[in-house]
Design a protein around this ligand. Structure first.
Ligand code: ATP
Length: 321
């Protein structure tokens, strides 16, 4: 659905986006994560055709954005970070204008406007001038214009920015619903947003793609966490018969309480191994304090990726994570 190859954007001499490549399949909800200034908005502006890339290629549903901007834009809805909403217009007039900009006319236009105002719950504000709306309502008007015409690709720059918890839930539910028929790429600083909404996270750091991970893979780490009284040497010997344990890393030692991270071979069964390791530890006469599969959360991963010193190359960042 969306293919991005070696995308680069300079502002003067400064490289805001540096050689970023990724592909997104139909129906995926992908979160673009990164600190302030990482380059998320610049990537989204290029994807929507709002600004041009200095290098690289973007293809939306088979249309090359540089060669065929009009066709590519027909398939996309874009919620910019700062929406250029016209303050003097009413919500209804603005949506009418936005529909025409998208090429919608006649009955199709009316049906679409009705659909989007209901989906974003802005019916009570239809006749209000945009200048009188709260930030949250303005954001909902922005989402409404982005989904006009049922686009195949939605590019949402911080879609829940400024919304109260109820409206955040409403917009998230709407995005999940839209993703049944469309592909969604959204940017956010909020980890829980990515956890709640996305199948996949792209972490941007200093303009580069530092990590591309499926959230299911992330939650299913191939490590066990073991806490026992055994020291490292004794544990290494004890685990030797288990060939699917490929590494033992000592995490911490506090008196007789030692924590380890055990690496499991790809074909190893984590649950069975938990049982086998537990049996071995207990039969050796040592104390088993705890054993479980490691669960890596996105927040930890994000912190680890961003803790790598500046100047490290992308491969190092990926390895460290
Ligand atoms: P935020 O989360 O704060 O919105 P971001 O990840 O979206 O940040 P961008 O807005 O893409 O980051 O900015 C990336 C870098 O490019 C930043 O260092 C920013 O200062 C710089 N930048 C963005 N727009 C311009 C511009 N028009 N001229 C010069 N520099 C710019």
């Amino acid at each position: 659905m969306l293919e991005v190859e070696q995308l680069t954007r300079l502002y003067g001499d400064f490289k805001a986006v540096d050689n970023v490549s990724f592909k997104i399949k139909k129906g995926e909800i992908v979160g673009l994560l990164g600190h302030n200034g990482a380059g998320k908005t610049t990537i989204m502006k290029m994807l929507s055709g709002f600004i041009e890339a200095n290098q690289g290629r973007i293809e939306i549903d088979g249309a090359d954005i540089q060669k065929d901007l009009k066709q590519a834009q027909q398939n996309l809805g874009y919620l910019p970070e700062n929406l250029p909403i016209y303050p003097e217009m009413t919500v209804a007039d603005y949506l009418d204008y936005a529909s025409e900009m998208k090429g919608l006319t006649g009955d199709k236009k009316i049906t679409e406007i009705k659909r989007v105002i209901q989906a974003t719950d802005i019916v009570p504000k239809l006749l209000s001038p945009i200048s009188t709306l709260s930030r949250g309502y303005k954001q909902r008007v922005g989402v409404a214009q982005a989904i006009l015409g049922d686009p195949k690709l939605l590019i949402l720059d911080e879609p829940t920015n400024g919304l109260d918890p109820t409206q955040t839930q409403l917009i998230r539910a709407l995005i999940r619903n839209l993703a049944k028929d469309a592909t969604v790429i959204l940017s956010t600083h909020i980890m829980q947003e990515v956890d709640a909404l996305c199948n996949r996270a792209l972490i941007i750091r200093n303009g580069q793609l530092a990590l591309d991970t499926q959230l299911d893979d992330l939650h299913e780490s191939n490590h066990l966490l073991l806490t026992t009284s055994l020291d490292k040497g004794m544990l290494d010997t004890l685990l030797q018969p288990l060939s699917t344990i490929t590494g033992v890393e000592e995490v911490s030692v506090e008196g007789s309480v030692c924590r380890y991270r055990l690496e499991i071979q790809e074909n190893g069964n984590p649950l069975e191994l938990c049982g086998e390791v537990a049996n071995l530890v207990v039969s050796s006469g040592a104390t088993l304090y705890a054993i479980d599969r490691e669960h890596m959360d996105l927040e930890t991963l994000f912190r680890e990726v961003n803790e790598i010193p500046a100047g490290a190359d992308t491969a190092e960042v990926k390895d460290a994570a």
